[in-house]
Design a protein around this ligand. Structure first.
Ligand SMILES: Nc1nc2c(c(=O)[nH]1)N[C@H]1C(S)=C(S)[C@@H](COP(=O)(O)O)O[C@H]1N2
Ligand SMILES: [Mo]
Length: 304
């Protein structure tokens, strides 16, 4: 269900919980029908990887990567509560018609927020399914006006040393940076998430707005964005800068290209329990049909 973005949402503005739960049950029963139509344990597993039964709110908000708040998976849920998100401004600069310091209202007000239930596949080989609420990044870029000559979009996360224990400890270089090619940024699957489970985005998940690019490893989905720049050259991205041989710019989910230190062929779905089978990782995280054309003619083991 779509609605218009406003900064003063109440639960009444978004999908009622009952309708939401009905849709979840529908998705679950469709998944069960699918399992019946395939044979053998591998097919059943593939079906499972393909399933879009969302993880629980609890799982999504207590198992996080957000190094500004520490490197442990449970650090952000505690430490990110110190993040200051009001007021929030986003600097938009570079090759745009309307550069400036935008309030959230100015940047997002009136744009369509949709629920998008996406797989999230971390490069560390765990995964979740998250029911995001978000706005297509293309709508935002069209609002600010992308100029000819812009080829990439660069993103930057807030740096609040007083509020960010990981920044004070310099666990990596901050600000956390990310980037997309312009056609990736304009793709309809690419969203700026402002909520999940019809709740405002929790701080540990990147409040008040974070990128979600579901066919790429999770580290591309940069959190708590304060700057969006339209640029001509491929921008730096945090993990490529730290370990260039392990993490590329593209970072498309690809079960056929292993990380130098581990296989990317399978993944552990969070919430499956300690002894649950690993599930096969899907090409482009299951979004191959939608995005493969973006990479036609590119050797994905070179552009990793
Ligand atoms: N600013 C910032 N963004 C970030 C990260 C981070 O450490 N800092 N971690 C990334 C990684 S590695 C992943 S897997 C996802 C995790 O998102 P989630 O915690 O909402 O599941 O956020 C990404 N975005
Ligand atoms: Mo990740």
């Amino acid at each position: 269900m779509a609605f218009r973005w406003t900064n003063t949402l109440t639960r009444a503005d978004v999908t009622p919980r009952a309708a939401y739960l009905n849709r979840r049950q529908l998705i679950a029963s469709m998944g069960a029908m699918g399992v019946g139509s395939v044979a053998g344990p591998l097919a059943a597993q593939a079906q499972e990887a393909d399933s879009l039964e969302p993880n629980t709110f609890e799982e999504i908000t207590t198992y996080n990567n957000f190094y500004e708040f520490g490197t442990g998976k449970s650090d952000p849920s505690r430490n990110a509560q110190a993040l200051e998100i009001e007021p929030w401004t986003v600097k938009v600069d570079g090759l745009v018609d309307n550069p400036g310091e935008y309030s959230l209202d100015d940047l997002l007000g009136g744009l369509t927020v949709e629920e998008r239930i996406y797989r999230l596949r971390c490069v560390e080989a765990w995964s979740m399914v998250v029911p995001w609420n978000g706005i297509e990044l293309a709508d935002i870029l069209n609002r600010v006006g992308v100029q000819n000559g812009a080829k990439y979009v660069a993103f930057e996360t807030a740096v609040q040393p007083d509020n960010m224990i990981g920044v004070r400890r310099r666990v990596i270089d901050f600000p956390y940076l990310e980037g997309l090619r312009l056609d990736e940024a304009m793709h309809p699957l690419t969203i700026i998430a402002t909520g999940l489970y019809d709740e405002p985005l929790p701080k540990q998940n990147g409040a008040p707005m974070r990128l979600v690019v579901p066919w790429k490893y999770g580290f591309k989905s940069i959190k708590s964005i304060v700057r969006i720049s339209l640029v001509e050259e491929q921008p730096p991205n945090a993990w490529n800068t730290i370990l260039p041989n392990e993490y590329g710019f593209y970072s498309n989910v690809n079960p056929n290209v292993d990380h130098p230190r581990w296989s990317q062929a399978t993944e552990r779905r969070i919430g499956g329990g300690l002894f649950a089978d690993r599930i096969p990782t899907l090409m482009f995280n299951g979004y191959e049909e939608e995005v493969a054309a973006l990479y036609e003619g590119m050797d994905l083991s070179v552009y990793y």
